[in-house]
Write a protein that binds this ligand. Structure first.
Ligand code: 1GP
Length: 237
């Protein structure tokens, strides 16, 4: 029997082998396809995934970006869509996100239902993901666009319970998000407590601007860390 490629399985295998994963996030609205080659050449050697998505993106732009990246590199390209319009059949997989920290039905189920027609005839691997927005010290675009209130970093039990509610309802990944350009990232204490409660892989992103913060997130238990802004600005050090 031919084994179907599964990006989720690869993430799970990495977790079992204690290999840390690094995703660089492209916001399609800020990305020029003409600079794709430079982008690829400058990726940190440790990069294991490319994530593509943003809070608001011009129609068609996600597809252009995904195609440009897929033409130039073999890393898995995973969609991280702000809404159903950002789904591109050219990517490898899709984080099928539910914003489970919020109580806005638009991002709990409406966008998911609206994306079905775009997904059902593609080969995209669909990865159900519980997305938890945590306060990163400033109002980020995801907060504005989703019209939801982030969980305070002091609400650790609520964050853990939200992550577990995601796991119990069948999510395959949990993503702790401080928001793109967050002033401060999700704290190591939160990462550690959530990770020790979960049986599924943990993604952490938002406000991770340096190798030191990256290492802290890994040490606390993040399996996959997402970096966008600092790499985009060239300030990651
Ligand atoms: C945003 O978690 C990602 O969804 C990345 O955040 O842009 O702050 O790295 P930054």
């Amino acid at each position: 029997m031919i084994e179907v490629q599964s990006y989720l399985r690869e993430i799970r295998e990495a977790v079992l082998e204690n290999r840390k994963l690094l995703a660089i996030l492209i916001d399609p609205d800020k990305f020029k396809e003409t600079e794709a080659a430079d982008f690829i050449n400058n990726l940190p050697a440790e990069t294991t995934h490319i994530l593509v998505g943003g809070s608001t993106v011009e129609p068609g732009q996600t597809c252009n970006v995904v195609k440009a990246i897929k033409n130039l590199c073999g890393l898995p390209v995973i969609l991280f869509p702000g809404d159903h319009s950002q789904i591109s059949a050219y990517a490898d997989a899709l984080l099928f996100l539910s914003l489970i920290s919020g109580r806005n039905p638009e991002f709990l189920i409406e966008q998911q239902v609206r994306s079905v027609e775009k997904i059902k005839n593609t080969d995209l691997e669909i990865i159900p993901t519980g997305y938890i927005l945590i306060d990163g010290g400033n109002e980020t675009s995801v907060q504005k666009v989703s019209n939801t209130v982030p969980l305070a970093q002091t609400e650790i039990q609520q964050i853990v319970n939200t992550a577990l509610a995601g796991q119990y309802s069948g999510k395959k990944l949990i993503y702790l998000e401080a928001g793109s350009g967050a002033k401060f990232p999700v704290s190591p204490e939160i990462i550690k407590t959530v990770k020790s409660s979960l049986k599924i892989p943990l993604i952490v992103g938002g406000g991770i601007r340096s190798k030191r913060l990256l290492q802290k997130a890994y040490n606390a238990g993040a399996d996959l860390v997402v970096i966008g802004t600092a790499f985009e600005d060239g300030t990651f050090d």
